[in-house]
Design a protein around this ligand. Structure first.
Ligand code: FE
Ligand code: FE
Length: 320
């Protein structure tokens, strides 16, 4: 049953972290239904702010004016606009296939969550100084090529599974492991490294991260239950994940992160005074980190979360 009292995982003040070993919540499509969403997301996670941060929490001036931090941040945010929008649309295909009322309700909420995320990031470009009527063109200019190189090939792999083969479980597996599982850790890094320069963006990321933990938990649970009931399907699903990961590793994700981190580094050095002793991770001051270290940490965490999740689903054989 839904715990109406106070599910701590929805709390903005104490969010579950992907970084802390994937925060495995015991959520199912039945417990994470519309009532759960209604009780937790609008008032608890969002605290009534559709765009994910309080109106008085603002980006600092250094990310709003021209310079490497502005360039780095507008690129990241533009890519997120595309990533969230495309995830929402891919999930729409999965929603059409939802086999039960509970999965239908859960995926309806996830479509809304991803639609909110893309709206929040689009609006954040305006908060960073982009004219409202220039947002789409700017996102295209700053991240259109990365969308084409990274998101479209992923989508070309995932969408046929849900749209053409109408395979709900395989679609959820790919959306959970490939799309959300692989992109989410770099988004959590984003929250941590931008916090001193742009607390508004960091708050948006905190809220989106709480949503992701829920999405990953329920998606993982659906696959786990299916695998437990249909052991004969393990090889096929593991093979699908392997092919998806091989595709993922062939995409220029490293190149993208390196470009973002190089710009961030320039800005970090220029504005180290704003960062002070702020720690990006426990015991590690942001000002002491290097672009390579931040990129490597992202990949490490992605690998860890990926392995934990696949094993939890009963698909550890895909790791071999
Ligand atoms: Fe999202
Ligand atoms: Fe999500």
């Amino acid at each position: 049953m839904t715990d109406l009292a106070s599910p701590p995982e929805a709390d903005f003040g104490n969010p579950p972290k992907l970084f802390d070993g994937t925060a495995d919540l015991d959520l199912t499509p039945e417990t994470a239904d519309l009532q759960y969403w209604f009780d937790t997301v609008p008032q608890r996670t969002l605290r009534g702010h559709l765009l994910g941060h309080a109106p008085d929490v603002r980006p600092t001036e250094v990310v709003r004016r021209p310079g490497p931090l502005h360039d780095a941040l507008t690129r990241e945010v533009s890519f997120r606009v595309f990533a969230e929008a495309r995830t929402a649309r891919a999930l729409g295909h999965a929603l059409l296939l939802a086999p039960t009322p509970a999965t239908f309700e859960f995926y309806a909420t996830q479509v809304i969550d991803e639609a909110r995320h893309t709206k929040a990031f689009r609006q954040h470009l305006v908060e960073l100084g982009i004219a409202p009527d220039r947002v789409e063109a700017t996102a295209e200019e700053l991240a259109g090529a990365d969308r084409d190189a990274i998101l479209i090939p992923l989508e070309d792999f995932v969408i046929p599974v849900v749209r053409d083969e109408q395979d709900f479980v395989a679609g959820i597996l790919l959306l959970t492991i490939l799309v959300e599982g692989v992109l989410a850790p770099s988004f959590e890094l984003s929250e941590r490294k931008w916090r001193p320069f742009d607390p508004a963006l960091a708050d948006i990321e905190t809220g989106a991260g709480i949503d992701e933990v829920r999405h990953l938990a329920v998606g993982g649970r659906i696959v786990r239950d299916h695998v437990a009931a249909h052991p004969e399907d393990v090889d096929r699903l593991a093979d699908l994940v392997k092919r998806g990961m091989a595709l993922m590793f062939s995409l220029p994700v490293l190149d993208q992160l390196q470009r973002w981190e190089a710009l961030f580094q320039q800005g970090l050095e220029q504005h180290a005074d704003l960062v002070g002793d702020y720690e990006i991770w426990d015991g590690r001051r942001l000002v002491d980190t290097t672009p390579d270290e931040r990129v490597q940490k992202t990949f490490e965490l992605t690998g860890l979360i990926h392995a934990t999740r696949l094993t939890g689903m009963g698909l550890g054989s895909a790791l071999g």
